[in-house]
Design a protein around this ligand. Structure first.
Ligand SMILES: NC(=O)C1=CN([C@@H]2O[C@H](COP(=O)(O)OP(=O)(O)OC[C@H]3O[C@@H](n4cnc5c(N)ncnc54)[C@H](O)[C@@H]3O)[C@@H](O)[C@H]2O)C=CC1
Ligand SMILES: C[C@H](O)[C@@H]1OC(=O)[C@H](O)[C@@H]1O
Length: 259
C-alpha cells in the first residue's frame, strides 16, 4: 500500500549541537537522542557537559560525546570535530548557543556589540561553513538549523544588537540555503518567542512582563520546551527534505499579531 508518511527518525545520524547543556539546546539534544541521533554537544562547562552526556547515554540507545569550548573558539571546535566525526561524518548541526545584553541603543557599548555578535552570529556562520564542507566531502545530504528569534523579525524591548544578530541568522539561512541546496543540504532556522530558560529567567519572574507577553500572544502563554523540540526534530529529519531557507516562527502566533 503506498505511503506518504516521511521518516521523522534521526536514527544513526550524527548531530552537533551548540549551547547544548541548558534550555533550548538541552531540549533539542535530548529530543534528538530520543529520535535516535548520536550527539556531540558543545558548551563551555565540562561539568554540565559530562552531566548532560551521561544522562543521554543512560536513557537513550545512542552515543553522546562533547567538546568543551566557547563557540568563538572555532579552531578548537573544528579540530575536535575532525577527530570525533572522522568515521561518522556530520548529518545535523544546530547553531543554538546565544546570549544577550539588554542595553538600550543609546547605551550600547562596543564590547557588548562584539560579545553578542561573536556568539550569536559569527559562530553560526563559521561552524555552518565547516559542517557544510564536511557534508559536501562525504556527500551527506545534511541539515543545518540555527536558532533565531522573533526579535529577528519584529521589534522587541530586549536590545538592538541581539535583534540584529537574530535578523542576520534569518538572512544567513536564506543565503546558505541558496548556495548549498545543490548539495542536498537543507538550511533552516527556528524563531522562538518566550520559553522558560536561564536566558529569560529574570524577565519571566516579572509578572507584568509576562502579562505583556501574554497580551501580545494569540495563544496567550509562553512556550514549553517540548514545543520547540518538535520543530527542531522535524527540521533535522527527512520529513523536511524539501524545505530550505525558511525560519519557522515558534511563537504562539506573536509575529502575526497586528491588532
Ligand atoms: N528562551 C527564549 O525565550 C528564547 C531563546 N532564543 C534563542 O535560543 C537559543 C538558546 O537560548 P536559551 O536556551 O534560551 O538560553 P540559555 O542561556 O538557557 O542557554 C544558552 C546556552 O548557550 C550557551 N552559550 C552561551 N554563549 C556561549 C558561547 N560563547 N559558547 C558556548 N556556549 C554558549 C550557554 O552556556 C547555555 O548553555 C539562543 O540562541 C537564544 O537567543 C530565541 C528566542 C527566545
Ligand atoms: C524572544 C527574545 O529572543 C527574548 O528576548 C531576550 O532578551 C531574550 O534574550 C529572549 O531571547
Amino acid at each position: 500500500m503506498e505511503s506518504y508518511l516521511p521518516s521523522f527518525s534521526l536514527k544513526g545520524k550524527t548531530a552537533v549541537i551548540t549551547g547544548a547543556t541548558k534550555g533550548i539546546g538541552r531540549a533539542i539534544a535530548f529530543s534528538y537522542a530520543e529520535s535516535g541521533a548520536n550527539v556531540i554537544l558543545i558548551a563551555r562547562s565540562e561539568k554540565d557537559l559530562v552531566n548532560t552526556v551521561e544522562t543521554i547515554k543512560n536513557n537513550f540507545d545512542v552515543s553522546a560525546d562533547y567538546i568543551v569550548a566557547s563557540v568563538s573558539e572555532l579552531d578548537k571546535i573544528t579540530n575536535q570535530l575532525e577527530e570525533k566525526t572522522s568515521d561518522s561524518g556530520i548529518d545535523i548541526l544546530v547553531n543554538n548557543a546565544g546570549m544577550n545584553i539588554r542595553s538600550e541603543a543609546l547605551n550600547v557599548t562596543e564590547e557588548e556589540w562584539q560579545q553578542i555578535i561573536d556568539t550569536n552570529m559569527k559562530s553560526a556562520l563559521f561552524l555552518s561553513k565547516y559542517v557544510a564542507k564536511n557534508m559536501i566531502k562525504n556527500k551527506t545530504k545534511g541539515k543545518i538549523i540555527s536558532i533565531s528569534s522573533v526579535a529577528g523579525q519584529t521589534a522587541l524591548r530586549t536590545g538592538v544588537v541581539y535583534a540584529m544578530t537574530k535578523a542576520a541568522i534569518i538572512q544567513m539561512t536564506k543565503t546558505l540555503s541558496l548556495e548549498w541546496g545543490k548539495y542536498g543540504i537543507n538550511v533552516n532556522a527556528i524563531g522562538p518567542w518566550y520559553f522558560p530558560t536561564a536566558l529569560t529567567e529574570k524577565l519571566l519572574e516579572n509578572e507584568q512582563y509576562v502579562q505583556d507577553i501574554v497580551e501580545r500572544t494569540p495563544m496567550q502563554r509562553i512556550g514549553m520546551l517540548e514545543e520547540i523540540a518538535g520543530p527542531a526534530v522535524f527540521l533535522a529529519s527527512d520529513a523536511s527534505n524539501y524545505m530550505t531557507g525558511q525560519t519557522l516562527m515558534v511563537d504562539g502566533g506573536m509575529t502575526i499579531y497586528g491588532f
